[in-house]
Design a protein around this ligand. Structure first.
Ligand code: SAM
Length: 204
């Protein structure tokens, strides 16, 4: 079933062999509530705890491909959720820092990932809008919830040459890739429409 899912994701245009190998290897059914387990290898998002979702595998693959991860890269993820995206990044050899704002999910995933042998550098319970200044700069930052605007701290925490992959918008989001080309300059590319749960702010 994992082979089939990998083929579906590849057929939709994902070419990075390391991303595809990660999808082939990771037991997605273990990241989901048992009531949805039978559907784990469909290319669909599903509900997880705290009214959140595990993203569609194609979306995970698309964002990860844009990040262009090399082994040893220092990556910050905003929105740990089920930990599936974290696992994809770890399979690719990244050093992963991940922030989750829902305590229930943070606690669950913090226990669950090491049980499967996945060891992020740090999982943090906190607000992803602020990034992680103490650990910056990062080779890449990936935001896995829909951001109403681009948080300035995330751009500031990129290395020169680093990439921020962020879905931006209210109801629908435009997948946006920022590459830091110098201390003061960023190149911006827009790469199609997606639909995410919202990146939660102070008031929600
Ligand atoms: N990467 C996740 C996965 O693979 O399961 C996707 C999870 S879901 C699409 C987005 C996650 O972002 C949710 O778990 C949500 O609680 C989290 N989130 C929302 N607002 C946040 C914020 N301000 N800071 C950190 N995490 C946030």
């Amino acid at each position: 079933m994992r082979n089939k899912l990998t083929e579906v994701v590849a057929a939709k245009g994902i070419k990075d062999s390391k991303v595809l190998a990660a999808i082939k290897k990771i037991p997605r059914h273990l990241f989901m509530d048992s009531s949805f387990e039978d559907h784990a290898y469909q290319d669909k998002a599903f509900p997880i705890a705290a009214d959140q979702t595990i993203s569609q595998p194609y979306t995970v693959a698309f964002q990860t491909e844009l990040l262009d991860v090399s082994p040893g890269d220092k990556i910050l993820e905003i929105g740990t959720g089920s930990g599936y995206q974290t696992a994809v990044l770890l399979e690719m050899g990244a050093a992963v820092y991940s922030i989750e704002r829902q305590k229930e999910l943070f606690k669950k995933t913090n226990i669950f990932l090491p049980k499967l042998g996945y060891r992020p550098k740090r999982l943090i319970f906190g607000d992803g809008y602020k990034g992680l200044p103490n650990e910056a700069p990062f080779d890449g930052i990936i935001v896995t919830a829909g951001a109403p605007f681009v948080p300035k701290p995330l751009l500031a925490q990129l290395k020169v040459g680093g990439k921020l992959v962020i879905p931006v918008g209210q109801n629908e989001q435009v997948m946006t890739l920022f590459t830091r080309t110098s201390e003061k300059e960023f190149e911006k590319k827009e790469l199609g429409q997606f639909r995410f749960v919202p990146l939660l702010g102070d008031k929600n």
